[in-house]
Design a binder for this molecule. Structure first.
Ligand SMILES: [Zn+2]
Length: 410
């Protein structure tokens, strides 16, 4: 009886409090939440990517390290090629925009497909990915901003994602590049192995592995996608609108999800982009210049589009190849070196030398980096290191005048 009275009193006091409430106070409380969760604020919180400042430091760079090969295309010639291509695109724009597509229950309009085609086609040509037919579907889902890939060359984009970023080509390029990245990196195959563990060995062990590896694969696909988009000349700052957008969506606890926190994904893209050499955009330009517009048609079921492989390439070197570990180490080392991060540069050069002892130029740059560290610290171990690297370079290529100079000067 006492208990009931007590509860009734609380209830009564509660009601009184509601009557006495100043709703402006509620607004203060809500504003505190809004400051924390407000999507506009998160969305507009643009973080710029800091590209390596290649010419800021006056450090030795005889440019004998090769991280990419290309022939620079004169701007005028490149512009003329783009204009010529534009005529061909007009034909495909007309074909894709035909009204008759809709009677086959195509999920998106022809003009939407045309928009996605233009972005994907540029990515494909800039990166020599035209060795197979790429298939792209814009599927109907008004709510879920999503995209996925399967079967090596199939990419699906939800109408919600397309509509959200339809005016931001850079963002579309990053999304398509990300999905291409999954395909190029063989993630479906890797996931299947983990699914096999879940199905046949231990579901729980497999599941934990799945969540961890899946996140790593997302980071890898983001980095690869950013690379593809960067080479095709897209702006990664504008593209990262995608990650800022995902950052505004509700998320499950980290350990329970397969995708990393979008803020971490954005940082991953920025961290990787710091080591993208500007020359990559020239590689992309050269590839576009030396290729023809890729044909596009609706798929046989009229639900997706097929961007046809080119038939001009006989030379297998003209096709996309993933960066080898040697190339990656060389790039990370070289870009860190140019950025004046000498210790980090040496760390990556050493990783390279663990698997490849034939790169004379790399030994020379490792020697330069050690020499700078010696100059900065006066620690004699760096001078020894500089001598060792230079000598190794000399053993490999005694005719190189830069290596000879370095050996003599130390
Ligand atoms: Zn993904």
């Amino acid at each position: 009886m006492k208990k009931i009275l007590f509860l009734a009193m609380i209830f009564a006091i509660g009601i009184n409090q509601v009557y006495a409430r100043d709703y402006a106070e509620l607004q203060i409380k809500e504003m505190k939440h809004a400051q924390k969760y407000g999507t506009t604020k998160q969305y507009l919180n643009k973080k710029n990517i800091n590209y390596a400042n290649q010419n800021l430091l006056q450090i030795k760079d005889p440019k004998i390290i090769k991280i990419c090969n290309y022939n620079e295309i004169p701007e005028k010639k490149y512009e003329a090629k783009l204009q010529a291509d534009e005529k061909q695109y007009k034909v495909f724009e007309k074909e894709l925009s035909k009204k008759s597509l809709n009677k086959y229950k195509t999920q998106a309009n022809g003009e939407d497909y045309y928009k996605v085609y233009r972005v994907a086609e540029k990515l494909i040509r800039a990166n020599n990915l035209d060795y197979l037919n790429w298939r792209i579907e814009i599927y109907k889902d008004s709510k879920d901003v999503n995209a996925y890939t399967s079967n090596t060359n199939f990419i699906a984009i939800s109408t919600a994602l397309f509509d959200t970023f339809s005016e931001n080509e850079d963002a579309l390029a990053l999304v398509i590049g990300h999905e291409m990245g999954h395909a190029l990196l063989g993630h479906a195959q890797r996931k299947q192995k983990i699914v096999d563990i879940m199905n046949h060995i231990s579901y729980n062990v497999g599941l934990i592995k799945y969540r961890i590896e899946s996140k790593n694969m997302e980071y890898a696909a983001d980095a690869e996608g950013a690379k593809l988009a960067f080479r095709a000349g897209y702006d990664l700052n504008a593209a990262s609108e995608v990650m800022r957008y995902f950052g505004t969506l509700p998320r499950e606890k980290d350990w329970r999800t397969t995708h990393p926190d979008p803020n971490k994904r954005l940082k991953n893209i920025n961290d990787n982009a710091k080591y993208f050499p500007n020359d990559w955009t020239l590689v992309g330009k050269e590839n576009i210049y030396n290729s023809d517009v890729l044909k596009v048609r609706l798929s046989s079921d009229r639900k997706s589009m097929v961007i046809s492989a080119s038939d001009k390439k006989e030379n297998k070197d003209g096709y996309f190849a993933l960066e080898t570990l040697e190339e990656l180490y060389t790039r990370l080392a070289y870009m860190n070196y140019l950025d004046g991060k000498f210790a980090k540069a040496i760390k990556y050069f050493d990783k390279l030398f663990e698997i490849d002892q034939t790169n004379a130029a790399a030994y020379l740059y490792a020697s330069y980096a050690s020499e700078y560290l010696y100059n900065n610290t006066k620690n004699s171990k760096y001078l020894e290191l500089a001598k060792n690297y230079a000598n190794k370079g000399y053993q490999l290529d005694s005719k190189n005048k830069f290596i000879k100079e370095q050996v003599d000067s130390l």
